[in-house]
Design a protein around this ligand. Structure first.
Ligand SMILES: [Zn+2]
Length: 194
């Protein structure tokens, strides 16, 4: 007989022992992106995907929650870096949405895929900052899914500011160093059900 349980999504073991002084803010956008690129690098080293993300308080630069791509080790297609960071931020703030708790920024080492675009919209972040472009992820075989060509404009229309190509070359370097599994690469648009 089948039965279902509460869903528990794993975070990497190393998060629990990762030494970071959270009382020290990250006031400059390059500092925030640098941390996120380091997360992507650490993710690869520990068997995860080559993507990092984090949620920061937009006004103070305080780190609220980190995220890495943990799809393969965590056995869940939900576990993109942005989703992990946003879900942990929601846990930290005790709410399914962030907007009523302040102004928050999602920083991600690569532009968001179709899943992460949806999630970030519903969490109520005020801004998103991206490192590498989608085509950089595509160049190593990852798939961003059926995302609107106008995603940047659509986010802005919803009041979410978008900044692209912050430290892009460093983010691309991490992508290109990845030799692990490229999941979903077989799911090309032409194979999707009509
Ligand atoms: Zn994603």
């Amino acid at each position: 007989m089948k039965y279902w349980r509460d869903i528990t999504l794993p975070i990497p073991e190393w998060f629990k022992t990762w030494v970071i002084d959270v009382s020290k803010p990250f006031p400059e956008v390059e500092q925030r992106m640098s941390l996120v690129i380091d997360l992507a690098r650490m993710s690869i080293k520990n068997g995860g995907g080559p993507f990092g993300a984090a949620v920061f308080n937009q006004n103070t630069g305080e780190l609220i929650a980190p995220g890495v791509n943990w799809v393969v080790p965590g056995k869940s297609s939900l576990l993109h870096a942005e989703v992990m960071a946003l879900a942990l931020a929601e846990q930290a703030l005790g709410s399914y949405e962030l907007a009523s708790h302040g102004s928050f920024e999602l920083v991600t080492s690569v532009e968001p895929c179709c899943q992460c675009l949806g999630v970030l919209m519903w969490t109520g972040v005020a801004s998103i900052v991206c490192g590498a472009r989608s085509e950089d992820a595509k160049a190593i075989g990852f798939n961003e899914g059926p995302r609107s060509l106008h995603w940047e404009r659509e986010l802005k229309q919803r009041g979410i500011s978008v900044t692209r190509e912050v430290m892009r070359s460093q983010a691309v370097e991490v992508l290109q160093s990845y030799t692990g599994e490229i999941y979903n690469s077989q799911l090309q648009a032409s194979n999707w059900p009509k």
